[in-house]
Design a protein around this ligand. Structure first.
Ligand code: ADP
Ligand code: MG
Ligand code: ZN
Length: 730
């Protein structure tokens, strides 16, 4: 391993890209590539995968071919490289014939270090011969999950890429993706026919993202309020339907926000115009269906809101992952209502494949469990990918920042449930939550008089508690599944069977108290990755950047990222040397923009006082990536599949392991705390009692003894789980 002081690549990293150090795994991946080995790099969005092929491209002779799925992505990356002084180009169908001719002759003359192309082009007749002539010495397959049918963006053309190997023997291939599943990884290696690639797997934690979940009340109002607190910031609001994309965008526009919609129902020209407006900082917010995604390399998305419940955790992770690629703090907000789960489950009615329905339904429930959970969101998310978070608080999610207290809500919950019950009994129809709360509060409304709900025994029994508390309680009961909300324009409440049972049996109902604020304000959230700076100057530099970007016809972040501008806004560089010290400033950008930005800073300082800032904290060490040992790796893979909704039997079939092994993996995860589970799913309270007595006598070491002591009432699987629960946290 090369020591950082003598790493010959560091000067290149600084001069060209303006960075002083590598991000995790970049150095290792680059070393493998330069040593001529094949490699697969699985790093989360924003981890800096591009650099892993861009830097070695400059360090080796010849051209690096980058295979990229989308025309928009190619253009962006080539623009960014060109701005850093790197000779890069792309070939695709968007170019006029004369332009293609010019670029091809540049390639013949060895003018470029990087060539971007889509797989169709690469596989076209005669192209491999061209590549040989152009001296292609390395191949990068970006967004490599496109090769896999298991991935979300399957592109059949990616499957032909293995043929390139035969035509360009000895040229190393580096495949890169942010999709972590073992299925996709296996597919990449198989489909590309990589005989023995090095596999690099980074932690999937995104330290600069904060996560929060708030009860969905009126999505439009909540989104508008959330964006009001972030007037300067770019954000994505994900919704389920085209209609809500339109209506939310309209609500934001009415509030003075430049917002656009993005969904598959728009004309292609309109769609790309809206996307372009977002990339160029002309539209600040895009309200989109999940159709909006892969083409978005915008690094300064400061928030992602899910106004509707995503269908699975994987999707939620990928979508929230589009925030904060630049490493600066960004917020992920999920508006949650139990009704969304119900609606998602209803979508499954149209699917005939029973197996697929079952898996999808389980994934939907896990997503809802995530939202309803009261443990750290980051721990839960990383756990989904089989990663353990050291400790149990991340300091960057709603749960960790505003721990909720649990309280005994049995009595007030009984009031709500019984009020719903009595209304139904008296009138023969259900009403909305608002009306139920008015009855509890003893309000004197026209409807209460008309329906004679003032004669109900529950009328006015809740006068002493503010109405919004009743509303919040009602919503929690809906989320718990004790009350059900009907569909339609006037949703009405009904008791579920579970609710009816709770009412009759006075089941204890424990609830967590919702935090006081409806949506956490930016100031409250942990600001990992934040760079304090002179905000006034930062705003000036931003508008300068926008002007320059418009002149060049590129998105603003191609000129400088926000992180670079914030560094300028705290160190006020006034000399070339100081300007070159700014992260993201290499030699080319110093030459192109140094004068202009330093002049702007000088002008600012002539009318404003220079501010001082505390030193920036070093970035926190990332949690250990998975795969510490063969053993824990395989247990973690089991856990990951389990969290995707597969049953132990299905996991065993898929992994080619016996089901007992899968159970022992899951038990291991319970013992380590990675998996939260309920003992009642494995053995009864009565058996637990008996087991405890047996343990007192025989100890926990021999499950055989325990089995005997219980007269073989329980099988080994249950006993394994029992031992895991007993060992949990210890
Ligand atoms: P990915 O493809 O993994 O999603 P990108 O390659 O788009 O990530 O990089 C994300 C951001 O990180 C970019 O703005 C890039 O300039 C920045 N970046 C990459 N490597 C470094 C580094 N070593 N130091 C600082 N910033 C970096
Ligand atoms: Mg990328
Ligand atoms: Zn947390």
């Amino acid at each position: 391993m090369v020591s950082p002081m003598t790493d010959p690549l560091l000067p290149l990293l600084k001069q060209t890209f303006g960075y002083d150090s590598f991000r995790p795994l970049q150095r290792e991946i680059i070393a493998a590539s330069l040593a001529g080995r094949d490699a697969v790099a699985i790093l989360p969005t924003g981890a800096g995968k591009s650099l892993c092929f861009q830097l070695p491209a400059l360090a080796r002779p010849g051209v690096t071919l980058v295979i990229s799925p989308l025309i928009a992505l190619m253009k962006d990356q080539v623009d960014a490289l060109t701005a850093s002084g790197v000779a890069a180009t792309f070939l695709n169908s968007s170019l006029a014939a004369s332009e293609v001719q010019q670029r091809r002759s540049g390639l013949e003359n060895g003018q470029y270090k990087l060539l971007y192309a889509a797989p169709e082009r690469v596989m076209a007749q005669g192209f491999a011969e061209d590549l040989l002539r152009w001296n292609v010495t390395a191949i990068a397959v970006d967004e490599a999950h496109c090769i896999s049918e298991w991935g979300h963006d399957f592109r059949p053309e990616y499957r032909q890429l293995a043929q390139l190997r035969a035509k360009l023997p000895g040229v190393p291939i580096l495949a890169l993706t942010a999709t972590a599943t073992e299925q996709v990884r296996g597919d990449i290696i198989r489909q590309l026919e990589l005989p023995a690639p090095e596999v690099f797997l980074a932690s999937f934690n995104r330290p600069n993202l904060s996560y929060s979940v708030v009860p969905k009340d009126q999505a439009a109002r909540q989104v508008v309020e959330f964006s009001r607190e972030r007037r300067q910031d770019a954000g994505i609001v994900y919704v389920q339907s085209r209609k809500s994309a339109e209506s939310l965008a309209a609500a934001l526009v009415a509030d003075g926000v430049k917002a656009v919609a993005y969904h598959a129902g728009l004309q292609p020209e309109q769609r790309s115009a809206n996307q372009e407006a977002f990339l160029r900082d002309e539209a600040r917010v895009v309200c989109a269906t999940i159709a909006f995604g892969m083409g978005i390399n915008k690094p300064d998305v400061r928030y992602v809101v899910h106004a509707d419940l995503p269908k699975n955790i994987e999707g939620y992770y990928q979508e929230t992952g589009r925030a904060g690629r630049d490493g600066l703090p960004a917020d992920c907000l999920l508006l949650y209502s139990r009704g969304d789960l119900v609606r998602n489950l209803k979508f499954l009615d149209d699917i005939s494949d029973a197996k697929a329905v079952e898996v999808a339904a389980r994934q939907m429930r896990r997503m809802a469990d995530f939202a309803e959970g009261d443990a750290c969101r980051r721990v839960a998310l990383l756990g989904y990918f089989g990663e353990l978070w050291p400790g149990d608080s991340c300091g960057g999610c709603d749960i960790c920042l505003q721990p909720r207290e649990t309280w005994d809500a049995t009595t007030p919950a009984q009031k709500v449930l019984s009020c719903v019950f009595r209304i139904q009994q008296k009138s023969g129809f259900g009403t909305g939550l608002q009306h139920v709360v008015e009855v509890l509060a003893g309000a004197n409304t026209e409807r209460i008089r008309r329906w004679q709900h003032d004669q109900l025994s529950t009328y006015g029994v809740g006068k002493d508690t503010p109405r919004d508390e009743w509303m919040a309680l009602g919503r929690q009961l809906i989320r718990l599944g004790l009350l059900d909300v009907s569909d339609g324009t006037f949703p009405t409440l009904a008791l579920t069977n579970q609710g009816l049972a709770a009412l009759k049996e006075r089941t204890p109902i424990l609830l967590t108290r919702a935090p006081v604020v409806a949506s956490p304000s930016p100031a409250k959230l942990a600001r990992a990755g934040s760079i304090a700076c002179d905000e006034g100057l930062f705003a000036e530099l931003r508008s300068l950047r926008k002007r320059l970007a418009d002149e060049k016809g590129v998105p603003p972040y191609v000129v400088f990222g926000d992180a670079s501008l914030r560094h300028m806004g705290r160190s006020y560089p006034q000399t070339d040397a100081a300007f070159l010290d700014i992260p993201g400033v290499g030699i080319q950008k110093l030459a192109d923009y140094g004068q202009l930005f330093m002049a702007e800073i000088a002008a600012w300082l002539s009318t404003h006082e220079r501010q001082a800032f505390a030193e920036l904290a070093a970035p926190a060490a990332p949690p250990k990536a998975k795969k510490q040992g063969a053993d824990s790796g395989t247990a973690q893979e089991t856990l990951r599949l389990y969290r995707q909704g597969l049953s132990p039997d299905e996991i065993a079939a898929q992994r080619g392991l016996v089901v007992a092994t899968i159970h022992s993996h899951l038990a291991q995860s319970i013992a380590s705390g990675a998996l939260q589970a309920d003992p009642r799913d494995y053995y009864s309270a009565e058996d637990e009692q008996l087991l405890r007595q047996a343990v007192a006598e025989h100890g926990l070491a021999s499950l055989g003894k325990l089995k005997e002591a219980l007269d073989h009432r329980l099988d080994y699987v249950a006993l394994h789980y029992f031992r895991a629960f007993e060992n949990r946290g210890g």
